[in-house]
Design a protein around this ligand. Sequence first.
Ligand SMILES: [Fe+2]
Ligand SMILES: [Fe+2]
Length: 256
Amino acid sequence: MRVLMVGDVVGKPGRHAVSAILPTVRKDLNIDLAVVQGENVAAGFGLTLDTVRELMDAGADVITTGNHVWDRKEFLPHLDNEDLPVIRPMNYPRTVPGRGYIDLGKIVVVNLIGRVFIGEADSPFNAIDQFLATNVAVGRPIVVDFHAEATSEKQAMGWYLDGRVAAVVGTHTHVATADPRILPKGTAYISDLGMVGAIDSVIGMEVEDALFRFLHNMPRHLRVASGRSRFNSVLLDIDESGVPTSIERVDRETKA
Ligand SMILES: [Fe+2]
Ligand SMILES: [Fe+2]
């Protein structure tokens, strides 16, 4: 099974890049399943039904999220719609809407969020332990989107889950890392997929807005940047027995 994991899609340029590039990549690389990080798909903050559908029309089979999942209040009821393949981090309190994993039969996708420099959540380590103890996914490969800021926390999770899940891929920083590898006990790992968004930006947002905040320590709304986009993703090859045989970067850019 060939699984493409796509980094955080940021706003309209990100959606356009997914529409322009994902169908071709799916075909060229014989992708069976595309998992897309959608927490920034609606103007950089959260998700809407329309923007989720845009990702699905472009070929996203599953949409994972992160700390920005709550940004659009109108989307929250849709998190409980089982027909929408959108999941949110598993390690939030039980009282929040949505679900932390999706079972696609041949594979199970789990979403977790970190706790270092990103906000409050229950322990992602305990949450995945509890999930694995349920045996819900037994016999099938499990792919984990670990949405976290600190590469140390992400590497620690990779080691914690080595040999227990098929893959741990990091998201959230919007900056792609060059460390894809198969860990000693067989789990595919990368610290961060990167993003799908404007190249001339600060993690997908207007340079001017981001700089203003850093220079003056005053709040300013971050507008989504425009221009040419990059498309960051990772291809996982998982064999018949559910064991990953390779993990490699698949990075593209839009023409204009
Ligand atoms: Fe993000
Ligand atoms: Fe995030």
